[in-house]
Write a protein of this length. Structure first.
Length: 296
């Protein structure tokens, strides 16, 4: 009986796992040996150059600019997105749920159903300096002085892209946290109220400890996302990571070296470095956010 069940499960998983291995795992594995070559991508010949690509990478000023931007996103985006998501989720679940909470959930989650390409094009129109929605709104209310070349100004380009990432990311985590909060027994909140706890204290003492595993997972996803941020930066940046590398990130720099400059060996070295940074910071996130699990 058990053998038949396991055969059925394996038969269902075999094809998707094979596809995942071919199209996801295999390129990752191939990147490691390619990183030690000077392969140009289209040529059949290449030379092993040892750690030459990594030495070049260590002295590459653009890479360090990209890394600095990624680290800034790593620190800011998880904090902003998770904090806003927790706030909206707590508001939706306050005292068993606010009127119209289902509609609010749909509104929050709506950006999550849009493709990255659509989001990028949509916000290009919003940030367009002459006829864009944002500058048009500012001029309409008499704040002409605040109008900017949002994506064309090095001082505001990265912040503008961050705003789009937050707008697109909060909804998913609102739904995730709301589902976790709705599973908490109402008796715990009633007991906290009888003990004199207010809304903020109930959230800190009851809600947050009981959904901490979900918050930890969200932080790990955000760490990975902040390091792998590519599509929106590619679509919204002026040029490859511009202006003047103001929006340059590691994944975009890797893409540019591979498909613009034909330096697939060097791009693979960047990818391997990004993979190692990603693994270290994800494990560190789980380590620093680990708490004793609370049962209820």
């Amino acid at each position: 009986m058990h053998h038949g069940k396991y055969r059925f499960i394996i038969s269902l998983l075999a094809v998707p796992l094979a596809v995942y291995a071919v199209f996801v795992v295999s390129p990752y594995v191939q990147a490691f040996p390619i990183a030690f070559t000077n392969w140009e991508g289209l040529s059949a010949s290449y030379q092993y150059i040892g750690f030459g690509n990594f030495v070049t990478l260590f002295h590459d000023s653009v890479f360090w600019v990209a890394l600095r931007h990624n680290l800034f996103l790593l620190v800011s985006l998880p904090v902003i997105i998770v904090t806003l998501s927790l706030f909206f989720s707590a508001a939706l679940n306050y005292q068993g749920g606010v009127p119209g909470s289902r509609i609010y959930k749909v509104v929050y989650f709506f950006p999550g159903v849009l493709s990255i390409a659509i989001i990028g094009v949509l916000w290009q129109f919003v940030f367009e300096p002459r006829n864009g929605l944002l500058n048009g709104f500012l001029r309409a209310i008499g704040l002409d002085g605040l109008a900017r070349l949002w994506l064309g100004d090095g001082k505001t380009a990265l912040g503008s892209i961050m705003a789009v990432v937050v707008w697109g990311g909060v909804g998913f985590y609102v739904v995730l946290f709301t589902a976790a909060m709705s599973a908490i027994p109402r008796e715990l909140y009633e007991a906290a109220t009888l003990d004199g706890a207010g809304a903020v204290q109930s959230f800190r003492r009851v809600t947050l400890p009981l959904i901490w595993n979900t918050v930890q997972t969200a932080l790990a996803f955000q760490v990975i996302g902040a390091l792998d941020l590519f599509a929106l930066v590619k679509i919204l940046s002026v040029g490859p990571g511009g202006p003047d590398d103001a929006t340059q990130v590691i994944s975009l720099y890797m893409y540019t070296n591979a498909f613009t400059y034909g330096k697939f060996g060097y791009a693979s070295a960047i990818g391997v470095t990004l993979f190692l940074i990603n693994m270290i910071l994800t494990l560190l996130t789980f380590r620093l956010t680990r708490r004793e699990r609370v049962e209820y």
